[in-house]
Design a protein around this ligand. Structure first.
Ligand code: BES
Ligand code: ZN
Ligand code: ZN
Length: 493
């Protein structure tokens, strides 16, 4: 972010904003309007531009100011204005800039007066960067019309200073999110348990404040991690339990464990998925990708908390060695689970990962898992389901998700459903007796392994992978959901 007079900037696209239904332009838009002798306001009126959220109008200033084009973007109703409006508007700007092949874009920080320069700049950078995300690794040809340089400019020194701070945080939020998206978008063939484990090791190598411990098949046998071992026994690729630790330079205020489901591919096992449902199942390590995405930028964000990242990388396959419906596994905790359905595999691996996490005696545990199709039935594709044993931690996550512009909604951890997972021949069954309430019965099983530590479970089956774009900055494909919420959470302590 830098200081400058918006009307004097030389660029391909100059971007200013306007709220819905305001009679006169204000801020940077009014500066531009004055420089154009009132022409901007006239054109907006002619073009029926009302300032609805993400509405755009393009004007050619014809030499009255040095910018080649001016883009006015609507921010919607001022009463509904929040950070995510800015994020979405910035994302929309990216797509317009690309359509006009504008290489150098200059933007005012949208709504800096109404939010704060810091929040505005942060959300703008997130929107721009995330909108520009693409996964081109497997493409021969790519479209090169994207902007090379997008700059935030203001004539107000205070806005520049605070904005710069927000901008730097926004860059990290977007970087972590893109990191998670890349992991999830990568096909199962190139994202085996070992690849996921290596991704964690690589993060640890890049920073002296992050360490990585890896437990392989032999270690897991010694530890009695029968959940992880049982689910992965049908695969040719051995499982790994991965444990990342971030230690802050100053004394840590809290210790928090982030646990992710890490099924690198979920065929369903012998309770085989139909082809159409199996197709997207490279996304089943989305929880661990969010944890890794957060760790990828944690050392630069420097929160004052000790953070543990834990996941059990497994592949759920069919073979002569695969686990059968009806088999019983003994988890690390000693509790046994009868596998009524091999497609309810995530919770069985999480039983061990969560127990391992709880043994670290953290103040908080948060797990993220693409756990149940039922959660998509309940909340749709864009909303994360949240359940937990700690209202305080759930409140913190709600706040963090608002900051992050990610959507989550609490579902009850209904005690009366506990009898549904009580086992006949084992301590527990891995599925409930009813086909209803599957998101809750899954969470109730997880609860059995957190050793009463304050814990929240986020079911991200819906939002982990977008079958169609969610918004201007979340295109079809992996979304990296959870990364920004986790980062906002650790930042909040
Ligand atoms: N990985 C799936 C859940 C999932 C579904 C994630 C759709 C993302 C999109 C999980 O392992 C699973 O198969 N769950 C079963 C549980 C059932 C067998 C009790 C489900 O939801 O159908
Ligand atoms: Zn499954
Ligand atoms: Zn799964």
């Amino acid at each position: 972010m830098r200081k400058g007079g918006i009307t004097e900037e030389i660029c391909d696209l100059l971007v200013v904003s306007a709220f819905y239904g305001e009679k006169t332009l204000s801020g940077a838009a009014e500066e531009v309007n004055k420089a154009l002798d009132g022409q901007l306001a006239r054109i907006l009126e002619e073009d029926q531009f009302k300032g609805k959220a993400n509405q755009t109008a393009i004007i050619r200033p014809e030499g009255k100011i040095p910018a080649k084009r001016i883009l006015v973007i609507g921010l919607g109703d001022k009463k509904k204005f929040k950070e995510d409006v800015v994020r979405a508007a910035a994302g929309a700007v990216f797509h317009v800039a690309k359509a006009f092949a504008s290489k150098h874009v200059i933007l005012e920080p949208f709504g800096a007066q109404d939010l704060s320069a810091k929040s505005s700049a942060k959300a703008m950078v997130e929107g721009l960067r995330l909108a520009s995300y693409g996964f081109d690794k497997y493409k021969k040809t790519t479209n090169g019309n994207e902007p090379d340089l997008a700059e935030l400019v203001s004539s107000d020194g205070n806005i520049v200073r605070q904005g710069q701070n927000g901008l730097e945080t926004g860059e990290l939020m977007a970087e972590g999110t893109a990191f998670a998206r890349d992991l999830v978008n990568t096909p199962g063939e190139h994202m085996k348990p070992e690849d996921l484990m290596q991704a964690a090791k690589k993060i640890a190598r890049s920073s002296s404040s992050i360490k990585c411990k890896v437990m392989d098949q032999d270690d897991l046998e010694e530890m009695g991690a029968g959940g992880i071992l049982g689910i992965s026994q049908g695969s040719d690729h051995e499982p790994y339990l991965v444990h990342l630790t971030y230690t802050p330079k100053k004394k840590a205020k809290k210790k928090i464990a982030l646990v992710g489901k890490a099924i690198t591919y979920d065929t369903g096992g012998y309770s085989l998925k139909p082809s159409a449902s199996m197709l997207g199942m490279k996304c089943d390590m989305g929880g661990s990708a969010s944890v890794l995405g957060a760790f990828a930028v944690l050392a630069k964000l420097e929160p004052n908390v000790e953070v543990h990242g834990i996941f059990a990388a497994c592949e759920n396959m069919v073979s002569g060695r695969a686990i059968r419906p009806g088999d019983v596994v003994t988890t690390m905790s000693g509790k046994t689970i009868e596998i009524l359905n091999t497609d309810a595999e995530g919770r069985v691996t999480l039983a061990d990962s969560l127990y391992y996490a709880a043994n670290l005696d953290p103040d908080y545990i948060v797990d993220l898992a693409t756990l149940t199709g039922a959660c998509m039935v309940a909340l749709g594709e864009e909303i994360t389901g949240m359940m937990g044993n700690s209202d305080a931690l759930m409140d913190k996550l709600v706040d963090a998700s608002h900051e992050a512009g990610e959507k989550l909604w609490e579902l009850p951890l209904e005690e009366n459903y506990r009898k549904q997972i009580k086992g006949d021949i084992a301590d527990f069954n891995n599925t409930g007796t009813s086909r209803y309430g599957g998101t809750i019965t899954a969470a109730l099983l997880l609860e059995q392994f957190v050793q009463n530590k304050p814990w929240v479970h986020l079911d991200i089956a819906g939002p982990s992978f977008a079958e169609k774009p969610f918004n201007s900055y979340t295109q079809k494909g992996a979304t990296g959901v959870g990364v920004r919420t986790l980062l906002e959470l650790v930042k909040s302590f």
